[in-house]
Design a protein around this ligand. Structure first.
Ligand SMILES: Cc1cc2ncn([C@H]3O[C@H](COP(=O)(O)O)[C@@H](O)[C@H]3O)c2cc1C
Ligand SMILES: O=C(O)c1cccnc1
Length: 350
């Protein structure tokens, strides 16, 4: 599917199915509201699916989109750029945190090279879809062209489509790209209007001096391009990344197929802002997996009106927080399938 046909396929949630789930939650054998945020989540997912109860959100696959960044040259991260490609090899060998979490959750792992600088190794669960071998330095020129941003978005749409066709019923966002918290911060500032200092974090763990420098790099990129959030593709091209673009497409593809998509950390949250700017109804498909320790993630999720399910102080990316949240999403839906009503179980109401 193209970007245009995907946007055209995204529809608002079904109010009738959501109302049915809201009503069912009041009749299940538990005090009303006792499942907290899980109740609202189950209602949202019924609205998304257009049926109550909604299908179980399983099986799940985490798609880890990998790309490199020209802004790395500005010294915004202590890690060498080649770690991106090396971690891709690690994902394919099954040795990264996201692999361990996916094994625990029973989720599949798909690695997508959408913009890695060095040629990536072969692997059964690698999709080679490189649009460009890393972005340009956004402090000097646009990170990519609008055509490249669109191509990367369509890589993400294609991945969502293929997963849906293969019977996957929950999509999990993942990212790998040394320096990618810098474009994520720039996107979040551009789409929310927040100050760069509010949304720029320590990423892999930079010191105070590097953090101050990173804020100035984000501010310089925003000054140079003056991105207009009403022009989402141009904003993405100016200050985004190839994996951010592909993640935006993956989220849009999930929304078009009415599948829940669990948003991981700050990179995924910045991509979710792009997706929401292109298609406001796409937010109905989004579930915030966790609250990343990166400050921009909290700003982005608040802008989207999403409440994270988990808050463990994690700040890894790779999709780790999304994979960890998937069993919670499944449990929220299973309640609507399995829990008896007061009537059926013969339990007295108050
Ligand atoms: C070994 C290693 C594994 C990772 N897994 C995810 N990230 C995360 O850290 C990077 C972003 O942080 P920054 O903007 O500070 O470079 C991304 O690759 C992200 O996925 C990792 C980073 C490293 C070093
Ligand atoms: O929350 C994230 O996604 C994150 C945080 C730090 C580094 N990389 C990713």
């Amino acid at each position: 599917m193209t970007l245009e046909s995907t946007l055209a396929a995204i529809r608002p949630a079904d109010a009738g199915a959501a109302a049915a789930a809201r009503d069912l939650q009041t009749r299940l054998t538990k005090p009303a509201g006792s499942l907290g945020d899980l109740e609202e989540l189950s209602i949202r997912l019924a609205g998304l699916a257009g049926v109550c109860p909604p299908p179980m959100p399983e099986p799940a696959t985490v798609a880890v989109f990998a790309g490199d960044h020209g802004v790395h040259a500005q010294g915004v991260t202590p890690w060498p750029q080649e770690v991106t490609g090396q971690m891709v090899a690690n994902f394919l060998a099954g040795g990264a945190v996201v692999n361990a979490f996916a094994r625990q959750a029973g989720a599949g792992v798909l690695v997508v090279d959408v913009g890695v600088a060095a040629p990536t190794v072969e692997g059964a669960n690698l999709l080679a879809a490189n649009v460009r071998r890393g972005t340009a330095d956004m402090t000097e020129e646009a990170a990519m062209t609008v055509a490249e941003a669109r191509a990367a978005i369509e890589v993400g749409i294609g991945v969502a489509e293929a997963q849906a066709a293969a019977g996957v019923r929950c999509l999990l966002t993942g990212d790998m790209g040394i320096a990618n918290t810098t474009p994520a911060a720039a996107l979040i500032a551009a789409f929310t209007g927040a100050d760069p200092a509010e949304v720029t974090g320590r990423g892999t763990g930079v010191d105070d001096d590097t953090l101050a420098h990173k804020v100035s790099v984000v501010a310089a990129a925003l000054r140079r391009h003056a991105p207009d959030p009403a022009q989402p593709l141009a904003t993405l091209a100016a200050v985004g990344g190839l994996e951010h673009a592909a993640l935006a497409g993956f989220i849009l593809g999930a929304a078009a197929h009415r599948l829940p998509v669990v948003v991981d950390g700050v990179i995924a949250a910045s991509a979710a802002l792009v997706a929401a700017a292109l298609a406001p109804d796409a937010v109905d498909a989004m579930v915030a997996g966790h609250r990343s320790a990166e400050p921009g993630a909290t700003v982005a999720l608040a802008h989207l009106g999403l409440t994270p399910l988990i808050d463990l102080g994690m700040r890894l990316g790779e999709g780790s927080g999304a994979v960890l949240a998937q069993p919670i999403v499944a449990a929220a839906v299973r309640v609507l399938h399995d829990v008896a009503t007061f009537d059926a179980a013969g339990v007295s109401e108050k």
